[in-house]
Design a protein around this ligand. Structure first.
Ligand code: SF4
Length: 100
């Protein structure tokens, strides 16, 4: 049976199956920084107790320049003070310490 335009081939279906998990993974990683409403109650409480703000009012003091931020060249990354919780690079809290 000839394969015409608009028909799905086994190869095209396999390609789609390979792409879907990558798209979902990217979405899952983007969620903690993109939507604070998705944080757990413990994460919200910790951020509140540390006076976390996003974006930071002082452009020189933000998570990306903090010693506790372990993300590398990304918009979001783990904060060691928040037990590895993900924070946006442009946020800041009262415990900001200059990266050495
Ligand atoms: S300690 Fe505060 S300023 Fe530093 S990375 Fe964590 S949340 Fe950001």
């Amino acid at each position: 049976m000839p394969v015409g335009e608009g028909m799905l081939t086994r190869r095209s279906v396999m390609g789609m199956i390979a792409i879907v998990p990558l798209a979902l993974t990217g979405r899952a990683q983007a969620m903690p920084c993109g939507d604070p409403a998705t944080l757990s109650a413990a994460q919200k409480s910790m951020r509140k107790s540390l006076g976390f703000k996003s974006p930071a009012p002082d452009p020189a003091k933000h998570c990306a320049t903090c010693a506790f931020f372990t993300g590398k060249g990304v918009d979001c990354g783990p904060c060691a003070l928040l037990s590895g919780g993900i924070v946006p690079a442009n946020g800041v809290c009262d415990s900001w310490a200059k990266k050495g």
